[in-house]
Write a protein that binds this ligand. Sequence first.
Ligand SMILES: *[C@@H]1O[C@H](CO)[C@@H](O)[C@H](O)[C@H]1NC(C)=O
Ligand SMILES: *[C@@H]1O[C@H](CO)[C@@H](O)[C@H](O)[C@H]1NC(C)=O
Length: 749
Amino acid sequence: MGRAEAAAMIPGLALLWAATLGEAAPNPPRLRLSFQELQAGHGLRTFRLERTCCYEALLVDEERGRLFVGAENHLASLSLDNISKRAKKLAWPAPVEWREECNWAGKDIGTECMNFVKLLHAYNRTHLLACGTGAFHPTCAFVEVGHRLEEPMLRLHLRKLEDGKGKSPYDPSHRAASVLVGEELYSGVAADLMGRDFTIFRSLGQRPSLRTEPHDSRWLNEPKFVKVFWIPESENPDDDKIYFFFRESAVEAAQALGRLTVSRVGQICRNDVGGQRSLVNKWTTFLKARLVCSVPGVEGDTHFDLLQDVFMLSSRDRRAPLLYAVFSTSSGIFQGSAVCVYNMNDVRRAFLGPFAHKEGPTHQWVSYQGRVPYPRPGMCPSKTFGTFSSTKDFPDDVIQFARNHPLMYNSVLPMGGRPLFLQVGAGYTFTQISADRVAAADGHYDVLFIGTDAGTVLKVISVPKGSRPSAEGLLLEELHVFEDSAAVTSMQISSKRHQLYVASRSAVAQIALHRCAAHGRACAECCLARDPYCAWDGAACTRFQPSVKRRFRRQDVRNGDPSTLCSGESSRPALLEQKVFGVEGGSAFLECEPRSLQARVEWSFQPAGDAAHTQVLAEERIEHTVRGLLLRGLRRQDSGIYLCAAVEQGFSQPTRRLALYVLSAAQAERLARAEVAAPAVPAGPKLWYRDFLQLVEPGGGGGTSSLRMCRPQPALRPPTSESRRKGRNRRTHSPELRSERGPRSAARW
Ligand SMILES: *[C@@H]1O[C@H](CO)[C@@H](O)[C@H](O)[C@H]1NC(C)=O
Ligand SMILES: *[C@@H]1O[C@H](CO)[C@@H](O)[C@H](O)[C@H]1NC(C)=O
């Protein structure tokens, strides 16, 4: 029995061991891009409506080229190419009577008694299905969007509304999880005003409406539904299943452990029509299993117990998609999130394994050892696996067994047995995930876009680690796609258009999946980034097109090793030497910030008139800071060339070349009075001398002037640093000077 099987019935116990994880340092992204940078240089576009909040429902319609958006009291239809232009809007408020009833029920008229649009599905060739909370009076509508080639259209008949009960939540703070298959809607919601009657519900379409057994904690125990998918099981549509992802209170947890939350995957058969004498109009094929995402440890596993979102990445075989899931933790000891990946075989195996069984109220949950009736509960009535053509024909003992055994004994473990990617102590948690499969020069890679509760999107690539199927996630980018830091509530990807659409309480944002030029202007930088969307084309880091001749393209996603790939390339434009002046006894600041936040900086020093280089190590007078080297108590012999190199994955790249001139107090004074030029200073642009003079002038004494030199001096700074610093101000929460960055692999397992 594997570790998770053994732990299956005592979930959460190992949370106690989470303390060890709390000490891990967060992974820094390779690049961090601010809202301003993304807007100015990377085509970030945003959309928001006046006096409207809560953009939560997004629907990508590739054929029409539209992004449909549902928000508070509104629907909108935007261009997929540019969400900032030509928006079609539609007001869909809740009627006054409903708002008054809502208010009488004790809800807030201004914030809760509104129609929050929670779900949008493509219904047929001309209509969408939209549902909203309708001021605690769930309501749905068919929205006319016209035929594919027509002018964009958005029309709704307020007199022809559908009941939204069991489709949309009542409460705006709840999420809707649903899938539309054919004309049938499968949803997981609270079906009452009080938010106590949770159900997995089928509505619309031709098949009978079915639900889960009400008020039976073995079936559902205060669930929070996250996602629903339709996944075929065989070539025969009769075997099609609907999978529900949610979290709930663990009914199987020992009482002593208190209330514990677990994540689940549940299944039902699409052709379920309920039982004949028992479970009438209820699911007869409902099963659920625990979904585990944990880090194995010597003293126990650390569980990420709160499922937040799931993305289904389809493959050529429709029966075998990959499921990328993000989790956070309820631990009070540490803040962390994880990405775990599941394959359908592991999910199906759990449903084919032993059932969890509890003999009576005083008994423990155990693995059921008795005879399981035929057809095995959870199997769909079909010709593939049996002779039954309808769940109404199932024998009574099958129905009884199904009713009492909705829970499986075994858990579903992630691929590789552990998270693909973790972030601990980063100050945010993951809320949403989307994925894209990309063809690169050396194979296919999955790129993940992870939305956080801080309004950012992380771009993570999954690269093989050792032998497959084990992989690890590399954090490439942290994108601040919103002006504020409201949590990401929804995300949609268009692989075809290479765009990501991100929604929050305050806006919708659109950003391309790649920003190759942001990786740098050298082959090595492009290569080290390991971005499967990008390659070095001989002159720049640009979008990789698998169809273009490979000879000119340099890309190595798997290893990111520039030493072999970029050897023939002129490594980077020759470094310009920059001059820095200091006064004896004072201090000087030598700025060097590599583009990559994952690079370590190394300084070497070549004394004036000497050919030998030595590495600059930290000592009493010399401090290595995040932004550069700080030299105090300057001496004449500190004069010379300082070379800053960014070291990443063992590859060293020269980044800055600075010539430091240490002047005596007398020299500085003379210079200040502009009697003579500084002796060691070669002729340079006049402007530069003037800046320098202004610098040393006002103080007179060495101490004051050198202090001024320590501060960022606009005239001496390269033009790019101002803009770059803006995007980085989240890295160190205060501008204090940190001596050394932690090893970047600290939080990776
Ligand atoms: C998007 O549309 C807006 C409004 O029409 C326009 O100002 C902007 O330049 C467009 N952006 C791009 C990248 O096309
Ligand atoms: C789509 O569904 C709507 C609502 O049921 C209906 O009015 C419309 O005629 C349907 N359109 C097509 C093309 O079937």
